[in-house]
Write a protein that binds this ligand. Structure first.
Ligand SMILES: NC(=O)c1ccc[n+]([C@@H]2O[C@H](COP(=O)([O-])OP(=O)(O)OC[C@H]3O[C@@H](n4cnc5c(N)ncnc54)[C@H](OP(=O)(O)O)[C@@H]3O)[C@@H](O)[C@H]2O)c1
Length: 300
């Protein structure tokens, strides 16, 4: 059920956006930017206290902000189904969906459904939620899906598609490889969904926010000191700066019809060669099929 909220605008709701993980870091700034742009913002998050604090903050900071929260853990399939049902009950269409929530877990954990929890949170949850919300997005067309990926996709481990969410130790290469895999899956998902939505008026793009000072890396050793050094350089961004690319893709006119891209705001990333997987349609299709099976969607 929706929690909080600030004001009811008569019969019409105006533009509606949903942002996952909008209670901290980049997601909160995306929610703030969308509220400023006049959107009614639905935040999907898992912590009731942080949800209430976020609504309070955004309503205080943004005159006329309309913010509602929908509680659920994206790593848990039943929660995602429940959140999607609440959103469908509350809204009759959707203009923007930002799949932002994500974690960088240092050690392997198993999700409630028996998958690697980082992959479940970062990929399977958004995959299922987005699929469940396609009807609302089609009703809102022209509408947009923005998937928060990362340049970290370049560090993905070699994985078998059929085992993309299999739990297991993170091994000597550590969590960075599995986090990288989750971010690669984000881009492959966005590319495949963009193709599937061609002609529907729903665009789908993945973005990278750059390196941003948030809570994401709190558990990763060395990042404290490295972060402190980096934060003295223009390389490390504030969450508000990190939100800019996602907001651009969500709001600017030029992205009303552009779809299927990966838009990185990391300085110099444009000079790096494209990772092979991003050009591999068969892989994108196989990832889609396997993810569908894992979350219980028909593989069409
Ligand atoms: N920071 C960077 O440098 C960087 C770089 C590239 C990409 N990204 C991506 O940016 C996105 C946002 O990360 P951030 O840096 O802003 O980190 P953050 O400050 O830790 O925010 C992550 C958000 O996701 C939510 N979340 C985590 N697990 C969840 C779950 N199971 N169910 C529902 N919500 C969950 C968190 O909610 P709680 O408050 O409940 O934990 C929080 O609101 C992530 O997808 C990340 O991969 C970040």
């Amino acid at each position: 059920m929706p929690v909080g909220g600030a004001g009811w605008f008569g019969g019409g709701m105006g533009k509606i956006a949903v942002v996952t993980g909008g209670t901290s870091g980049i997601g909160k700034e995306i929610a703030r930017g969308l509220a400023r742009a006049g959107f009614l913002v639905g935040i999907v998050c898992r912590n009731e206290l942080r949800a209430a604090a976020t609504v309070e903050e955004l309503v205080r900071d943004v005159p006329g902000a309309r913010v509602e929260t929908f509680l659920g853990d994206l790593s848990v399939r039943m929660d995602v189904e429940r959140v999607a049902a609440s959103l469908e009950e509350r809204f009759d269409r959707l203009d923007v969906l930002v799949d932002n929530a994500g974690v960088h877990l240092l050690r392997a954990k198993v999700s409630a459904d028996g998958y690697d929890r980082m992959i479940a949170t970062n990929h399977l949850g958004p995959f299922l939620l987005t699929n469940r919300l396609l009807g609302l997005l089609e009703k809102g067309a022209p509408s947009r899906v923005v998937v928060m990926a990362s340049e970290a996709h370049r560090q993905a481990d070699r994985f078998e598609v059929e085992r993309l969410a299999e739990p297991g130790s993170y091994g000597p290469a550590g969590s960075v490889r599995v986090y990288g895999r989750s971010k690669l899956l984000n881009i492959l998902f966005a590319q495949e969904l963009a193709r599937r939505m061609e002609g529907s008026g729903v665009t789908v793009n993945a973005v990278c926010p750059g390196v941003v000072a948030t809570g994401l890396l709190r558990d990763v050793p060395g990042t404290g000191r490295a972060g402190a050094l980096l934060s003295r350089t223009p390389f490390m961004r504030t969450p508000a700066q990190g939100a800019r690319m996602a907001l651009k893709v969500a709001l600017h006119e030029e992205f009303e019809t552009r779809s299927g891209g990966f838009h990185s705001s990391t300085p110099g990333a444009g000079l790096l060669p494209t990772v092979g997987a991003l050009k591999d349609r068969e892989l994108q299709r196989a990832v889609w099929d396997c993810s569908s099976r894992l979350v219980g969607l028909p593989s069409l």
